[in-house]
Design a protein around this ligand. Structure first.
Ligand code: PNW
Length: 511
């Protein structure tokens, strides 16, 4: 085990924001209550076999009814920053601003008031994947595939800025566009489930109302980027001066190491991987165009380009660079390019390197391999690429970082609260975060643990538990703080990574 005694109070800049993150569909529940309209995730969960155990977000953590206690719990843990998302269809059941659900507006007002009263700052995402069903038909011109959505999203965002902007000073337009596009339009394993895993790419059109994974991900991404930039412009033009807040987005970004260190192509492949996942979205907002690697490799009839007018809006459309980071891979070049989106980057990921060494232990989720150094290296990469004349040493927000514990889903409550694996994960990643700030001079301003509580983990349903706090779904949703919550609580108050977790009984863990 590593010794982290060198991490001191003074290491983190003053005002550095340590927090916890969540998302509406994953915690709120109350799916058909008080005027909320359905979202594409409600619909997607109804398709048999899409979600583990056919779970859904109807009840989730019932945060809708328990937010007061949950906010109190955060306060007791000393948490000062809370990342959450607004459910678009809870405030606009039809998706558009001509019918506003006042109950939904009231709900978020109450949450923001309770948070602020508890001394907790809200950081709010506008889109964490739960598009109102009303905006999604079945045609190829629908929702993110068409352009109408850009204005619809902008009107929704405008309403949120106008209504909540006195209370919310940190806005995130989109959460992980890469993930919802890849899973929702490439593989069909997330809503809206276009294209189906196992179906040959060219046959997508015939399956379940369509999908073409060779073109749709690029069209959707293009529209999402413009929607992001348009909402940022609205915030800046109409609200930012008076409300004094910041806006950006949260992009998923894995790190990678070369499969074969001696092969220069493998070294370059790592760069390509980050550009295809992260640069796809970040580059346009910084430079006004897609990464050259992408434009060189993908034909024009598949990868759109930005018009002069779009260029003007997207360039510079961020106040901070937001990242969600969980894991790393070894990476190598693939000898052949396919004609689908998945193989466009011509890279291949591997959990092991040439010598057969695995990059790190895996959590309960097989995609999540623990490699703490990856965070430090990623931050350095981002800082190198995106330091510009306008924003030298740009502000970076880590919006998600977290892990599941091997075997956790099958553990009893008594065992599950002792999550030393998760504590070690956080120690490792946070100590690398510290190194990035202190040793490398990277301007990181926030760090959020995913997640406050166990919740609806998308296609994994409730089987994957990312929470610092255990939720007993079988027994009236009782919350029990896990060791990781106790550790994180001590850490954010003392900034000592070696904080010793007190031994508590189960009873004492209900706080
Ligand atoms: C993120 N993968 O999603 C999301 O922002 C969260 O809502 C989610 O709960 C969290 O990470 C944990 O998974 C991802 O399979 C989901 O590579 C899956 C993957 C990555 C990110």
């Amino acid at each position: 085990k590593e010794d982290y005694t060198s991490c001191r109070l003074s290491d983190f800049p003053e005002n550095f924001a340590f927090g916890v993150a969540t998302a509406a569909y994953q915690i709120e529940g109350a799916a058909r209550i008080e005027g909320r309209g359905p979202s594409i995730w409600d619909d997607f969960c109804k398709i048999e076999g899409k979600i583990n155990n056919d779970d859904n977000g109807d009840v989730a953590d019932d945060f809708y009814h328990r937010y007061k206690q949950d906010i109190q719990m955060m306060k007791s843990l000393g948490i000062r920053h809370f990342r959450m998302s607004i459910s678009w269809s809870r405030i606009l059941p039809q998706g558009t601003i001509d019918s506003i659900n006042q109950k939904g507006i009231d709900f978020y007002h109450e949450i923001f008031d309770s948070l602020i009263e508890a001394g907790i700052q809200p950081w709010v995402s506008l889109y964490h994947w739960d598009l109102p069903s009303a905006l999604y038909g079945r045609g190829s011109n629908d929702a993110w595939l068409g352009q109408k959505i850009i204005n619809q999203f902008n009107e929704y965002a405008d309403l949120c800025f106008k209504t909540f902007g006195q209370k919310v000073k940190r806005w995130i337009t989109f959460n992980e566009p890469h993930t919802f596009i890849w899973f929702g339009y490439g593989l069909g394993i997330h809503a809206p489930g276009r294209c189906t895993q196992g179906v040959k790419r060219d046959d997508c059109e015939q399956v379940r109302g369509g999908g073409n994974s060779s073109t749709e991900p690029y069209i959707v991404a293009h529209n999402v980027i413009i929607a992001h930039a348009t909402a940022v412009k609205t915030y800046r033009d109409k609200y930012q001066k008076e409300q004094i807040g910041m806006i950006g987005w949260a992009l998923s970004s894995d790190y990678n190491e070369p499969f074969d260190l001696e092969n220069p192509q493998d070294v370059e492949a790592g760069n390509t991987q980050i550009l295809f996942q992260f640069g796809w979205f970040m580059d346009p907002t910084v430079f006004g165009k897609y990464p050259d690697n992408m434009t060189n490799q993908i034909s024009e009839n598949r990868l759109p380009s930005f018009t002069e007018q779009e260029f003007q809006i997207i360039k510079g459309s961020y106040d901070f660079i937001g990242i969600n980071h969980y894991t790393s891979r070894y990476i190598t070049t693939q000898s052949q390019a396919g004609n689908d989106w998945e193989s466009d980057s011509m890279i291949k990921q591997s959990t092991t390197n040439k010598e057969g060494k695995i990059i790190g232990p895996s959590g309960d989720s097989d995609w999540l391999l623990v490699y703490p150094l990856g965070l430090r290296k990623l931050l350095k990469w981002i800082n190198n690429r995106y330091s510009t004349i306008d924003q030298p040493n740009p502000q970076i927000c880590v919006f998600e970082n977290g892990v599941t514990v091997p075997g956790e889903s099958k553990k009893s409550l008594e065992d599950a609260v002792h999550d030393q694996f998760r504590v070690e994960y956080y120690k490792g990643y946070i100590s690398n975060l510290r190194d990035a700030i202190v040793l490398d001079g990277i301007n990181v301003i926030s760090y959020f643990a995913w997640s406050l509580i166990d919740n609806f983990e998308w296609s994994n349903g409730y089987s994957m538990r990312f929470g610092l706090v255990y939720v007993d779904y079988k027994d009236s949703q009782t919350r029990y703080v896990k060791d990781s919550a106790l550790w994180y609580s001590l850490f954010i108050q003392t900034l000592n990574l070696n904080s010793v977790v007190p031994q508590l009984t189960l009873e004492q863990r209900i706080i």
